[in-house]
Write a protein that binds this ligand. Structure first.
Ligand code: GTP
Ligand code: MG
Length: 203
């Protein structure tokens, strides 16, 4: 897929204020600092479309970007950021949870996992939540550039093996690096395919 346009539309803390246009939507979620905003910029080949930071907790709202005037990308706040106060964390979770439960045009969610890390409870719980709410998702392994290729393959194989302890089938997954652009074409081809598959539902 060729990216002809990528425009920031709006930031919200309430899904009811999100754009009303009926277009297929893809959300990016995962732990703080896993590289959600960076991956969006890499896919769009834009340096600072989504705001990035070395410090966790940078993205704090639901951010909509309109791509090719045809579909939306959504950059979400991370979960599992310990420094956010408990009260704020509850509010975060509430509005993120609402976004997933209520956004009808959400066609696929990308759960981002740092390639270097073993499965963590919070990610597994989030995938369980998506499953229970029948929200389709894929996994995007991030920061692949930080591992050598044999270590990378080992990590990903072992991650998938652990997922099979609780999931009957594995979700589709992508291996990405926002530094090198690894995975970009495969990712965009996948979105292109989903857009075609769901086109009839968006007429
Ligand atoms: P929050 O908005 O805080 O939830 O974080 P985020 O998941 O959006 O992460 P963000 O994209 O802001 O990236 C966090 C840090 O990781 C930044 O310092 C990025 O430069 C770095 N980073 C992200 N992706 C990659 C990657 O593929 N490779 C490398 N080496 N660094 C990356
Ligand atoms: Mg972010």
């Amino acid at each position: 897929m060729k990216i002809r346009s990528a425009d920031f539309v709006m930031s919200n803390s309430n899904v009811t204020n999100a754009p009303k246009e009926r277009m297929p939507e893809y959300a990016f979620i995962g732990r703080s600092n896993v590289g959600k905003s960076s991956l969006i910029n890499m896919l769009m080949e834009r340096k600072d479309l989504a705001k990035i930071s070395g410090k966790p907790g940078k993205t704090q709202l639901i951010n909509h970007f309109k791509i090719n005037e045809e579909w939306f990308l959504v950059d979400l706040p991370g979960y599992g950021y310990a420094k956010v106060s408990k009260k704020k964390r509850t509010i975060f979770q509430f509005f993120i949870e609402n976004y997933f439960k209520e956004r009808e045009q959400l066609v696929c969610t990308f759960v981002l996992i740092d390639s270097r890390h073993d499965p963590q409870k919070i990610d597994l719980e989030f995938m369980k939540f998506l499953g229970e709410n029948q929200i389709p998702f894929c996994i995007a392994f991030t920061k692949a550039d930080k591992l050598g290729s044999s270590k990378l393959n080992k990590q990903i194989t072992s991650y998938k093996k652990k997922l099979l302890n609780t999931w009957e089938t594995l979700p589709k997954s992508f291996i990405t690096s926002s530094s090198t652009g690894l995975g970009r074409e495969e990712f965009l081809d996948f979105i292109d395919g989903v857009n075609e598959d769901v086109a009839k539902d968006f007429k």
